[in-house]
Every structure is written in structure tokens, then in C-alpha cells.
Write a protein of this length. Structure first.
Length: 172
């Protein structure tokens, strides 16, 4: 009887995951451009300008600074790939969703290993990527899914901590 219980739970978990994924895909298709965070906008426009003009500029006129190089160059690399396929994609925020999902997958993998703290063997690269990319990734996510009506603390990067707490992983 115990084996059947585990199978049932396993199937319910997969059904829930598939339902969430289908719901997210429906949101992406129905509400493509509703909201984007200021940090996300700044990084995405700077990356787009770096790819299209070769200048490290937000406005296209003056050079900019104050960006985190790790995240900017990650977004710029992705923008360069997108521009190679279709330049019009640089103006569509959904272009960055695969990067978002890749970072979510890395985060899930790190949580599976025990997180980035002592239990997980201190993965400093994971901490740096998640911390520095939280507002850009969340900004792209909310822009692409149209979930701009959420409370501001959820849109501002604490969503990573909230997701970890909801999932029961990590310390409060």
C-alpha cells in the first residue's frame, strides 16, 4: 500500500508541475508586455546598445557605468545570440525568457544540492548570479507574463527568497 501512495503523490506532483507550466505559457502568450522593472529595463537596453552599436551606453549618447559586469555581459551575450538569429528579437522582452528559465533551472539544481550555503558546499557563483540577476530576471518574467499587479516586494527581487521559503528550502 505504501508504494501505491508514493506513486499517487508522484503523479499528483507531476500533474501540478505540468499545470503550472501550461498556465505560465498561457500567460506568456496572452499578456506579452505588461510590466518591466527599472533595473531590468536598464540592463536590457544597455545590452541591446552594446550589441547593436558596440557602445556601453543606455542612451546611445553617453557612456554609462554602475552596472554589474557579470550580469550585463550575460545578458549581452544572450542579446548577441538573439540578434544573430533575428534583430527584431532585441525589442521583444520574451527573447530573454530562455535565459530566465536557465537561471531558474540552475537555482533549482543548487537548491537540490542544498543551496549555496554550508549545506550545499558554498556555491559562490550561484549566489552571485541569483543575487545580481534577481531584479532583471524577475522584471523579464513579469513583463513577459503580464503579472505586473503583484505586490511590489515580490517584484523587487525578494521573490527568490519567497520562492525558496514556499518551497521549504533554506532558512527563513
Amino acid at each position: 500500500m505504501h508504494g501505491n501512495d508514493q506513486n499517487w503523490r508522484h503523479y499528483c506532483l507531476w500533474a501540478a508541475v505540468v499545470s503550472v507550466v501550461l498556465g505560465v505559457l498561457a500567460c506568456i502568450l496572452l499578456f506579452p508586455h505588461r510590466f518591466i522593472l527599472d533595473d531590468a529595463y536598464f540592463y536590457l537596453v544597455t545590452a541591446r546598445n552594446l550589441v547593436t552599436t558596440g557602445e556601453h551606453s543606455f542612451s546611445g549618447v553617453m557612456a554609462t557605468n554602475g552596472v554589474h559586469p557579470l550580469w550585463l555581459y550575460m545578458v549581452t551575450g544572450w542579446s548577441w545570440l538573439a540578434a544573430g538569429l533575428n534583430k527584431a528579437w532585441l525589442w521583444d522582452v520574451r527573447t530573454w525568457l530562455p535565459l530566465h528559465f536557465a537561471l531558474v533551472a540552475v537555482g533549482a539544481w543548487a537548491c537540490q544540492l542544498g543551496g549555496c550555503g554550508p549545506a550545499g558546499g558554498f556555491y559562490p557563483w550561484f549566489s552571485a548570479v541569483v543575487y545580481r540577476s534577481r531584479s532583471v530576471v524577475c522584471g523579464v518574467w513579469f513583463a513577459a507574463t503580464g503579472m505586473g499587479g503583484l505586490p511590489s516586494d515580490l517584484r523587487r527581487g525578494s521573490s527568490v527568497r519567497l520562492a525558496v521559503r514556499i518551497g521549504g528550502v533554506g532558512a527563513p
